[in-house]
Design a protein around this ligand. Structure first.
Ligand code: NAP
Length: 286
């Protein structure tokens, strides 16, 4: 005998007797046009891997970043593989660029069903006592205000699609702090607050909000940029770690969350390499 209480009828979602809309990608392909996914920061690392992966999942991917030559090369690569891709030069700190991104998306045939707010990064690892205010401002502008700005610009289209998803690429630094990481942690904590609040505010509307928080991911540029181009210092971050996560691992997480049936909202997915049991506990063989 079941020990579970019956679900009160008022908690049974409308339409529960018929299948929920399939994942947005599959729903779109049935009509001949592909649903559209926007990925910010698609010129390198996790964003580029996510664009490649979502193209294989059937999305028309819109790649946004500042380095247009990288976007062009990736668009060409995806198209050569049979995917649909469009590159848009957009600095997420520029209201004009973001408005132009939204206009470019509106010009496409398919419905916008997925936004991946990935543009971001860290600058510096100095203690609060001596940290650069400019570095903090950059991190807040790109990670937090960039996510806010792009989400605001694209939310009407995501809502209108009837099956939208907003992904926020946070970090485990958004859940815990560490010495020298306050500026990045503050920005990532703010992204977490944004994602959680947005999910509450969108309750009852057809847009899910997914936060993905990776731990250590070895990408080509993240740590190098953080340490102002110091390759040795960047390499030390991953020294002795057998298998840090790579960009494709996070792309896999984004694709998995985005291709669940639309009623399944993965609120938060925290993912670390096996060697990183916690922020401060990294197994290294040196
Ligand atoms: P990455 O390779 O440095 O990629 C950062 C991306 O953001 C680039 O494509 C960059 O493109 C873009 N970007 C930076 N400023 C921008 C701006 N103003 N406007 C538009 N795009 C901008 O780093 P990643 O490792 O792939 O990281 C991607 C995201 O994952 C970031 O949000 C990061 O905080 C997060 N994350 C990374 C790790 C990690 O260990 N790597 C762990 C957890 C979370 P352009 O320079 O061409 O504009």
């Amino acid at each position: 005998m079941s020990t579970l209480p019956d679900v009160p009828p008022d908690l049974v979602p409308a339409g529960a007797d018929r299948p929920y809309p399939a994942t947005s990608a599959r729903a779109g392909s049935a009509t001949g046009t592909r649903p559209v996914a926007v990925i910010t920061g698609a010129s390198s690392g996790i964003g580029a891997a996510t664009a490649r992966r979502l193209a294989t999942e059937g999305f028309h991917v819109v790649l946004a970043a500042r380095r247009v030559e990288r976007l062009d090369a990736l668009v060409e690569e995806i198209r050569a593989g049979g995917g649909q891709a469009t590159g848009v030069r957009a600095d997420v700190t520029s209201p004009g660029d973001v408005a132009a991104l939204a206009a470019a998306v509106a010009d496409l045939d398919g419905d916008l069903t997925l936004l991946v707010n990935n543009a971001g990064g860290a600058l510096g690892a100095d203690p609060i006592e001596s940290a650069s205010v400019e570095d903090w401002q950059w991190m807040y502008e790109v990670n937090v205000i960039g996510t806010l700005r792009v989400t605001q610009a694209l939310l009407p289209a995501l809502d209108a699609s009837g099956a939208g998803t907003v992904v926020v690429l946070g970090s485990t630094a958004g859940l815990i702090v560490y010495e020298g990481g306050a500026g990045y942690a503050a920005a990532k904590h703010a992204q977490t607050a944004l994602a959680e609040t947005l999910r509450l505010e969108l309750s009852g509307r057809p847009v899910r909000v997914v936060e993905i928080d990776p731990g250590m991911v070895r990408t080509d540029e993240f740590a190098v940029k953080r340490f102002g181009g110091d390759e040795q210092r960047a390499a030390a971050v991953y020294a002795g770690v057998a298998n840090p996560l790579v960009a494709d691992d996070i792309a896999d997480c984004v694709a998995w969350c985005a291709t669940r049936p639309q009623h399944v909202n993965v609120d938060r997915l925290v993912v670390r390499p096996l060697a990183q049991a916690a922020q401060h506990k990294v197994h290294r063989v040196l």
